[in-house]
Design a protein around this ligand. Structure first.
Ligand code: NAD
Ligand code: UGA
Length: 464
């Protein structure tokens, strides 16, 4: 069959796989190919067990794979054969050299640009889908402009706003699609071509266009604003614990102001995930680079509050359990950075587990989707941790439960049954405020929520 457009995506990760599956699903007249330097990842995309868990993804892959969606390893050949190329490679925080710990590591992006340059034999539209520092397109353009002969490249920015766990719904009904381009004739033509793809299923008023720098910067700022809300509510949760105010009540009252809005005001153990921290630090780096130190400090405080929240949570466990965890068994319910994903990148659970191990606690980790990743993250602590998927077996014989992910299944657990199997006095630290605290207290637990008065049979031990 002859397809109307041939689309390639370089990078078959959490973004590349699901976003291209959605394009293939909505555009049956387009041929969509996804490539990756990691051949095992491509094999997994071609298998029954996809490398990424996302509700609804399996169904869409089944409907499109080998029809107009392909996962392939021959990157060079695919670059030759496709006219529209999305770049969705990873852009982690730099760990070396100038800007280490803050700036984005653009080596994967640059390698991709050079590969595109080397193997292209016809004009291409190259689309940044990765999250990038503002002005990255300039570097991309400069590399591609060194092409010999008459091959031309147009660089667009089309950042992705999907969240993990709801990726398919977000991709199908996005709040907006943002496309940035140069405002030249060829830039506007390329922009129109990409608009045409999204217009198959996204209402016209939700497809917004801008200059390329605004587009790059908007993505960083969107993540910074979302993370800032989480840090704002978490900072107030600390004050609630000192004043007997209840953070859920405060969040409800504040969020009902339509100017503030109710989303992203859920208190917890802080944000995790591969992007919030990295993108804010990237913003902080950019601000410092441009000499805007006050602005940099303002955004850095969002990350500092996030770390403070995780430290507070572990300090509370230690203080409440009579200031020693040595030899005590603690069951961690939930290891992924949020519900409905197996992703554990930057999960607060990693940091909290390490803190508990440092106190010589014995840790049992339970999670419905993330145990494989948890074992990889904590490989250096092998032997000190048990991994048990069933929450009832995991909790049995433990002194405390720490709920670290907001999985729906934890709301519905039979806490009476769990209580019976635990060592007494039994403790629950609800890092996500998702269970019925009063009910658990009545069963016999000592219950420690976030930002609400503890329901405990003991005096506060933390100052002992
Ligand atoms: P990921 O690590 O899951 O996937 C990136 C993939 O790119 C990897 O499989 C890697 O092997 C591949 N890759 C790297 N260099 C390559 C090269 N030269 N050629 C071919 N493949 C190459 O990362 P991700 O979570 O999909 O994120 C990708 C980008 O999207 C990042 O910039 C991220 O900030 C952004 N983003 C992520 C999310 C999310 O929810 N994960 C959401 C929006 C935006
Ligand atoms: C986030 C953004 O929501 C996406 O728009 C963006 O595309 C993506 O980052 C990205 O660039 O990678 P994601 O990290 O997948 O998506 O998930 P979120 O739902 O944003 O949650 C991030 C973290 O904040 C999680 O640990 C979550 O538990 C926490 N969170 C979120 C809270 O603690 N409270 C809230 O009210 C909301």
């Amino acid at each position: 069959m002859k397809f109307k457009k041939n689309i390639l995506c370089i990078g078959a990760g959490y973004v590349g796989g699901p976003s291209m599956a959605m394009i293939a699903y909505k555009c049956p007249d387009c041929r969509v190919t996804v490539v990756d330097i990691n051949p095992a990842r491509i094999d997994a995309w071609n298998s029954a067990e996809l490398p990424v868990y996302e509700p609804g993804l399996d169904e869409i892959i089944k409907k499109t794979r080998s029809k107009n969606l392909f996962f392939a390893k021959d990157i060079e050949n695919q670059i030759k054969e496709n006219d529209i190329i999305f770049v969705s490679v990873n852009t982690p925080t730099k760990t070396f050299g100038a800007g280490a710990g803050k700036a984005a590591d653009l080596q994967f992006l640059e390698k991709t640009a050079r590969q595109i340059l080397e193997h292209s034999q016809s004009p291409k539209i190259v689309i940044e889908k990765s999250t990038l520092p503002v002005k990255t397109a300039l570097a991309m353009e400069r590399i591609l402009a060194s092409a010999k002969g008459k091959i031309t490249f147009e660089v667009l920015s089309n950042p992705e706003f999907m969240a993990e766990g709801t990726a398919m719904a977000d991709l199908e009904k996005p709040d907006r699609v943002l496309i940035g381009s140069r405002e030249t004739q060829s830039g506007l033509k390329a922009r129109a071509e990409l608009v045409d793809i999204y217009a198959r299923w996204v209402p016209a008023e939700k497809i917004i266009t801008s200059n390329i720098w605004s587009s790059e910067l908007s993505k960083l700022v969107a993540n910074a604003f979302l993370a800032q809300r989480v840090s704002s509510i978490n900072s107030i949760s600390a004050l609630c614990e000192k004043t007997d105010a209840d953070i859920s009540e405060v969040a409800r009252a504040v969020g009902m102001d339509s100017r503030v809005g109710s989303k992203f005001l859920k208190e917890g153990i802080g944000f995790g995930g591969s992007c919030f921290k990295k993108d804010i630090l990237n913003l902080v780096y950019l601000c410092s680079y441009y000499g805007l130190q006050e602005v940099a400090d303002y955004w850095e405080s969002v990350v500092k509050i996030n770390e403070y929240q995780q430290d507070r949570f572990t300090a509370n466990i230690l203080g409440s359990m009579f200031n020693t965890l040595a030899g005590k068994k603690i069951c961690i319910l939930g290891f992924s950075f949020k519900a409905d994903t197996g992703d554990t990148r930057e999960s607060p659970a990693i940091y909290i587990t390490r803190k508990l191990l440092a106190e010589h606690a014995q840790v049992v980790i339970s999670d419905p989707k993330a145990l494989k990743n948890a074992a990889i993250d904590l490989a250096s602590d092998k032997g000190k941790i048990s991994y048990i998927e069933d929450p009832y077996s995991a909790a049995s014989g433990c002194h405390a439960l720490a709920i670290l992910t907001d999985w729906e299944l934890y709301r519905k657990l039979d806490f009476q049954k769990i209580y019976k199997s635990m060592v007494k006095p039994a403790f629950i630290f609800d890092g996500r405020n998702i269970i019925d605290h009063k009910k658990c207290f009545d069963i016999g637990f000592n219950v420690y929520p976030i930002g609400k008065p503890a329901l405990s049979r003991f005096e506060d031990q933390s100052s002992v």
